[in-house]
Design a protein around this ligand. Structure first.
Ligand SMILES: N[C@@H](CCC(=O)N[C@@H](CS)C(=O)NCC(=O)O)C(=O)O
Length: 213
């Protein structure tokens, strides 16, 4: 297996956590987002969307979109399961993951921020306000969803899964952008619990071979 990623990319971070939980170590191909390497002809031939991550299976098939990659991993390596067996709970976990992957993360993406700063010529203050608005809104929704349930060690039970895999990189992003979410008690409790697991610790951006300040 081969995976194209970047240390700070949230969707790459999601995949790295899942690789660790599933006990696989794909060959890593770094793509330097900050310098625009995702827009190269070479990478566009792998993922025409020019976004990370991408994964090549052992059979040579290319997969894109982190949620699709995570579900493929779960289907091909069923243990430990990333989704609960119960259909209602599965839908709830997918809903939680989509709040992050479909509603929060796209608004903080590099190309969106570049458009705000470049094409729309917004000030750093305005960009910071944009990030604070959408990350706070989204993570408050996550807190609300977790608060509807009895407190468990991880987001949806006593084992980590898809919801935790999406939540941890999103909390990391909030920290990186300087957004104070200390009031989100359940979110922070789950985040802290996840950090204790080797799969989450090893997937942290600082631990990646392409890490840079
Ligand atoms: N929904 C996609 C998001 C992919 C995505 O936006 N990736 C970011 C990094 S986290 C990226 O490659 N950004 C490059 C850019 O904005 O030019 C997924 O979950 O894989």
């Amino acid at each position: 297996m081969k995976y194209w990623g970047y240390f700070r990319s949230s969707s790459s971070y999601r995949c790295r956590i899942a690789f660790g939980l599933k006990g696989v170590s794909p060959e890593f191909v770094p793509v330097h987002l900050k310098s625009g390497a995702q827009k190269s002809a070479e990478f566009a031939a792998i993922n025409p969307q020019k976004l990370l991550p991408a994964l090549e299976t052992d059979a040579g098939e290319t997969l894109i979109q982190s949620l699709a990659i995570l579900e493929w991993l779960d289907e091909t390596i069923p243990e430990p399961a990333l989704l609960p067996a119960d259909p209602v709970l599965r839908a709830q976990v997918r809903g939680f993951a989509q709040v992050i992957a479909c509603e929060i993360h796209p608004l903080q993406n590099l190309r969106v921020l570049a458009y705000l700063r470049g094409t729309l010529n917004l000030s750093e203050e305005a960009v910071t306000a944009w990030l604070a608005r959408w990350l706070t809104d989204g993570l408050e929704a996550c807190e609300g969803l977790l608060s509807q349930r009895p407190a468990t060690r991880f987001a949806y039970g006593d084992a980590p899964g898809l919801a935790d895999i999406c939540l941890v990189p999103q909390v990391f992003s909030a920290e990186r952008f300087g957004i104070d979410i200390s009031n989100l008690k359940r979110v922070n409790a789950v985040y802290a619990e996840c950090q204790k697991l080797p799969a989450f610790a090893a997937a942290h951006p600082r631990k990646q071979p392409d890490w840079e300040e």
